[in-house]
Design a protein around this ligand. Structure first.
Ligand code: T5A
Length: 212
């Protein structure tokens, strides 16, 4: 049977990396065979693309170049890792996917959704995540958490208003795809965030069992 595709999303410093460890533990407890990966990145070539995208530089990066690099990495990632793993029956847990493109490039960079939707269809065909956890946090709180952890990358240097557009886009995605997306209040303490994630995963598991 084909594996399931889980994605985790949210604005900067929302706690994706921290909570991925929790999700891995949940998958192991259910004896699910899985791989954990991320975007941008996930294969050697796509990780090189990630470095190009995150590096701070004097030259301004135009939005279309940024968007196409995101999808170039994604095409490679899908071809070399995500599709083969799903086809082999393994679950794929991915730190960010195309929802991030809608939120960051579509809303944050104000590019709109049409071009993204066309690229999504070209690069992914029908492939969409089976479950997306959207961690939600006030922008200022997330930036503070991210800032305490490491030097800002090219995206983290954006203004607060950019991230407010990104957050709003994630809210809209959660509303648009209620079957696939679960909005998690990530402003709470870690145990309370993980309780919500655990519930979302349990419900997803139950829905799979019900479908047989
Ligand atoms: N991007 C990506 C696009 O623009 N378009 C796209 O299509 C894609 C795929 C890199 C960038 O690429 C952009 C978006 C990004 O800017 P990334 O590597 O996922 O993507 O970058 P970040 O969102 O910056 O991810 P981070 O790893 O920096 O943040 P996380 O993983 O969300 O946060 P995490 O787990 O490292 O936590 C941050 C800090 O908060 C603490 C942690 O201990 C850590 O110190 N923390 C908590 N503290 C208190 N309470 C809690 N509940 C906490 N949870 C975590």
């Amino acid at each position: 049977m084909r594996g399931k595709f889980l994605t985790i999303e949210g604005t900067e410093g929302v706690g994706k990396t921290t909570n991925i460890e929790f999700i891995k533990g949940w998958l192991k407890s259910r004896e699910v065979s899985f791989v954990s990966t991320r975007e941008p990145g996930g294969t050697p070539l796509a990780e090189e693309v990630r470095q190009l995208l995150l590096a701070t530089r004097d030259e301004e990066v135009c939005s279309k170049a940024e968007l196409l690099l995101m999808f170039a990495g994604r095409a490679q990632h899908l071809d070399q890792l995500i599709e083969p793993q799903l086809a082999a029956g393994n679950w794929v847990l991915c730190d960010r996917f195309t929802d991030a493109t809608y939120a960051y490039q579509g809303a944050g960079r104000d590019m709109g959704y049409e071009l993204i939707s066309n690229l999504e269809a070209t690069v992914q065909g029908d492939l969409r995540p089976d479950l997306t956890l959207i961690l939600d946090i006030p922008v200022e709180q997330g930036l503070q958490r991210a800032g305490e952890r490491s030097q800002p990358d090219r995206f983290e240097q954006e203004h607060t208003v950019f991230f407010k557009r990104v957050r709003e886009a994630y809210h809209n995605i959660a509303k648009q795809y209620p079957q696939r997306c679960v909005l998690i209040d990530a402003s709470l303490s870690l145990p309370l965030v993980q309780a919500q994630i655990g519930d979302a995963l349990d419900n997803f598991w139950l829905s799979l069992e019900e479908r047989g």
